[in-house]
Design a protein around this ligand. Structure first.
Ligand SMILES: Cc1cc2nc3c(=O)[nH]c(=O)nc-3n(C[C@H](O)[C@H](O)[C@H](O)COP(=O)(O)OP(=O)(O)OC[C@H]3O[C@@H](n4cnc5c(N)ncnc54)[C@H](O)[C@@H]3O)c2cc1C
Length: 566
């Protein structure tokens, strides 16, 4: 793959490399040495087999995954097996899918399951970002971080822990790698090829015309194609940062030693989740955020809970920070930051960047196949996910603003229906929830209040603080609230936000109600077990019912009850 051979190698990982930083140009003799070393030392980590020949020079691409251990070996065996031989292509496919992240896997598996002849092309690791460098590894280490926090705060529950939690970072990362490897069979070349009957091609896919894609010197002809090539970490426009070196989600999970000081650039979901996790595991973490709030997309009071939690966990928050430059000084990385008109320096052992996502549109031959795209927004699609080439669809991070695994999955299902069965499913019909997995979590579905008002909708907003919920009090987890926006004068749910330790689980009830067209009254009629934190959602329904008790209705009730006493 052509993601840059990244920028920053964690020093502890660095020693495991034969090659040092960045992409290399090697002469033939060095290439031979590489091959020899690969053979002799079975270096899983180097994707040396992907060396590009350019005349007499060779270009070394990034390693697939580090460190080299039994779990990463198992992962690679599943999602990029070295011995894999691409099949001979069928004369024509119903569907060729480029990219085997969530969107591509779901599209390919679903289509093949319905009897289509499907080819799936992946140049790096099957499973894409979610399995390898996103949801799975991040939630793995967040679990360790939560355990550490619980140990540290156990005193509050009458459990003595001495107020300290010692995290064995190496073990925590190994646990994450073990679980990831275990999950990886689901996305594996073996499962897709043998169990699901998909023709899997490992290599870079590129359109060669409106109905053909080339991979590994083979031509795949298609009736329909789906672009599912995802996105990568956006590079920060900071002078000197490339030379200084930095981590992104693509290599932060390679770490085997905890960075003592970690500067996190970006206070969005990825920045906040990882900043909190690393702080809880023992790093001194500083978040540098351009704006005045973390999680700027969320309601200000929801973000405030996360802000306070980060401070409580020892994260230094530098808001409205403008990073002027970066430089390396010995083993340190120095960021020069403008704050309140002054320029100050911040020294860190590692810099982690989470400033957005850039769609993978490069090298796809989109022009040659008549597919419109934008370098920032990705491949352009209509509501039915069709590109400007009527044979080609796109799904997932490559084309959709809501960049989540569950949306990639939902969009893939739309592609299958529309591309193969001429259905007319639209993305506008989707109810899309999401969750930021900080502690507390912030989960949202549907519209925000401002969004609804901007659309001219009259809104009734109801909020129940978690401090009103018995289970949250018993759990010591009262940081947060449940909030719902209703169309005024009805119980139609427009949107909802939940801030709670397990908000990602609690939001589903509201998502279901919205998807099924059920009003808040239906939730009010649903019996919730006591005591659960989900009672917060039921309490929203009770609050809504109270709004229906207008003075007029109250008066009627009073008269009726008086009459019964006669
Ligand atoms: C740190 C982090 C944490 C996250 N946590 C969550 C979470 O908790 N929940 C959630 O819902 N989402 C989360 N996400 C987002 C989620 O990972 C993505 O939305 C999801 O992976 C998108 O899937 P996709 O299939 O569109 O793209 P990807 O997963 O990026 O897959 C695209 C695939 O296409 C391949 N490819 C690209 N170009 C080519 C080519 N020319 N030829 C062949 N193959 C190609 C790539 O190698 C890649 O494997 C997280 C993301 C990050 C970075």
């Amino acid at each position: 793959m052509n993601r840059p051979f990244h920028r920053a190698f964690p020093s502890q990982v660095h020693t495991r490399f034969i090659f040092s930083k960045s992409t290399f140009l090697l002469k033939d003799s060095t290439w031979n040495l590489c091959v020899l070393l690969r053979e002799r030392r079975k270096i899983l980590a180097y994707n040396v087999g992907k060396l590009h020949q350019r005349g007499k020079l060779m270009k070394v691409q990034q390693p697939l995954v580090l460190p080299k251990d039994e779990y990463n070996e198992k992962l690679v065996r599943n999602v990029h097996p070295a011995e894999w031989k691409n099949p001979d292509p069928a004369p024509k496919y119903n569907l060729v899918v480029i990219g085997a992240g969530t969107a591509g896997l779901v599209t390919a598996a679903g289509a093949a399951g319905l009897g289509a002849k499907v080819a799936l092309v992946e140049r790096h690791l099957m499973g894409g970002d979610c399995l390898n460098v996103g949801c799975v590894p991040s939630k793995g280490i967040i679990r360790t971080a939560r355990a550490a926090y619980d140990v540290k705060t156990a005193g509050e529950f009458g459990v003595s822990s001495g107020g300290a939690a010692v995290v064995d970072f190496g073990k925590a990362m190994e646990r994450m790698r073990r679980i990831r490897a275990g999950i990886s069979f689901h996305d594996s070349v073996e499962r897709f090829s043998k169990e699901l009957g998909v023709d899997v091609f490992i290599g870079h896919g590129k359109f060669t015309g409106p109905d053909s894609i080339a991979v590994d010197g083979k031509l795949l002809r298609f009736a329909k194609a789906a672009i599912c090539t995802g996105a990568r970490a956006a590079a920060p426009p900071i002078p000197g940062i490339e030379e200084t070196g930095y981590l992104t989600n693509e290599n932060v999970f390679w770490l085997t030693e905890l960075p003592k000081r970690l500067a996190v650039i970006g206070g969005g979901p990825i920045g906040c989740e990882l900043a909190q996790a690393f702080a809880r595991m023992g790093s001194q973490v500083t978040i540098l955020q351009r704006g005045g709030h973390v999680l700027p997309r969320e309601d200000a009071d929801a973000a405030e809970f996360v802000h306070k939690a980060l401070i409580r966990d020892g994260v230094a928050l530098r808001l409205d920070a403008k990073i002027l430059s970066a430089r390396a000084k010995g083993n340190e990385k120095i960021l020069t930051v403008e704050e309140n008109g002054k320029s100050v320096e911040l020294a860190a052992d590692q810099i982690l960047v989470g400033v957005g996502r850039t769609p993978n549109v490069e090298g796809l031959g989109l022009e040659s196949s008549g597919i419109d795209y934008d370098k920032r927004q990705g491949v352009k699609v209509d509501e039915k996910l069709r590109t400007s080439n009527p044979r080609v669809y796109a799904a997932g991070d490559i084309s959709f603003p809501f960049k989540f695994t569950h949306t990639a999955d939902a969009l893939a299902r739309i592609v299958i229906a529309n591309a193969l069965f001429k259905a007319r499913q639209k993305t506008s019909a989707l109810v899309i929830p999401w969750c930021t997995y900080t502690d507390p979590e912030v989960a949202h579905v549907g519209m925000y209040e401002k969004e609804a008002r901007d659309k001219g909708i009259d809104v009734l907003t109801l909020t129940v603080p978690l401090s009103n919920v018995d289970r949250a009090l018993l759990d010591g987890e009262t940081d947060g609230f449940a909030r719902v926006h209703l169309k005024k004068g009805s119980d139609t749910i427009l949107g909802a936000t939940i801030v709670a330790r397990h908000a990602g689980e609690m939001i589903n009830e509201l998502s279901l109600a919205m998807t099924a067209g059920l009003g808040l009254s239906a939730i009010g009629k649903t019996i919730h077990p006591y005591p659960t934190q989900a009672e917060a959602v039921k309490k929203l329904a009770d609050a809504y019912n109270r709004t229906r008790l207008t003075p007029f209705v109250k008066k009627l009730f009073a008269k009726w009850l008086k009459w019964q006493r006669l």
